[in-house]
Write a protein that binds this ligand. Structure first.
Ligand code: PDD
Length: 278
């Protein structure tokens, strides 16, 4: 695999980043994951705009402009011959002697790599749906910034797997915030409900597109917090993210959602999303 490190395209075995990199030592870094379908980048501009925002919230600026990022993404797709897959991009504050205070002038580290996922849009999991468990949301209060502090999310997924489920929904004050790496939705009496944007959740790029398509298709959408209880008695549930598009949720904490199979609205939104974006 050919990866990108600070301006160079190199075989992954030859890529290196300093042990003093603040991304490594402090998770002082932000990232983006963009999907690729048939060699085409999905919603690149949305991801680029969110990267800019994440960086600026942490007092950093874009290490290169949108066109340079786009060119690097395209080159990685071409060099790795990616049909369907993902591109991961990470920007760290850079290397500096270990100190909680960070220097104003560190040179940012920029890393990008691809992950091939043949048949990404035909993921068989979308036919059966996924099972989620609920866990308390113990993350910090700036979940709107896409930082690489993913340990809690990772632990949540491990707990889900250990309990025979696929993912975890995080709950704060009785209300669902989001999934470990996706935004969460329920459907009740034909209305799609998903938490409003705020510091508690990541403003998903897929979320923005899916809500737009839902409204264009005359579906009812409510952006508000919903309780775990509401979720358990909903007609349907699903999640969205760059890597899963729209993924039906069929079980929450061992209890079936609706009929215990992917619901019609989730299926329709998945089809619309893939058709419109590819
Ligand atoms: N995760 N919420 C969280 C906590 C996320 O980590 C993600 C993305 C999303 C969905 O955002 P988007 O639609 O822009 O992908 C919501 C990526 C895919 C990941 O960490 O792999």
């Amino acid at each position: 695999r050919i990866v990108y490190v600070n301006g160079d395209f190199v075989p992954e075995e030859e890529a290196s980043v300093s042990v003093f990199d603040r991304g490594f030592l402090f998770a002082d870094a932000v990232y983006e994951v963009t999907s690729v379908l048939d060699g085409k980048l999905i919603d690149f501009d949305g991801h680029c705009a969110r990267l800019d925002r994440s960086l600026s919230e942490l007092g950093m600026s874009m290490p290169m402009d949108r066109d340079a990022f786009l060119e690097a993404h395209r080159e990685l797709v071409a060099r790795n011959d990616i049909g369907d897959g993902l591109i991961y991009l990470q920007v760290t504050r850079g290397a500096a002697d270990r100190d909680f205070h960070y220097p104003a002038d560190a040179t940012q580290t920029v890393v990008m790599f691809t992950q091939a996922k043949p048949g990404l849009a035909e993921n068989p999991q979308a036919q059966t749906g996924i099972k989620v468990i609920s866990i308390p949301d113990l993350r910090w209060d700036r979940c709107d910034i896409k930082t690489t502090q993913l340990l809690y999310a990772s632990m949540g997924k491990m707990k889900a797997r250990a309990e025979g489920a696929d993912d975890a929904w995080m709950v704060d004050d009785g209300k669902v915030t989001e999934g470990t790496s996706n935004n969460a939705y329920i459907v009740k009496d034909g209305t799609i409900v998903t938490r409003q944007l705020g510091n508690e959740i990541l403003p998903g790029i897929t979320r923005t597109a899916v809500l737009r398509f839902a409204r264009e298709a005359q579906m009812k959408v409510e952006e508000r917090a919903f309780t775990l209880e509401e979720a358990r008695t909903a007609d349907e549930a699903f999640v969205t993210s760059a890597s899963s598009f729209v993924m039906p949720v069929v079980e929450i904490d061992g209890a079936r959602v609706g009929a215990g199979a992917p619901g019609p609205i989730a299926k329709r939104l998945r089809d619309i999303y893939i058709e419109e974006m590819r």
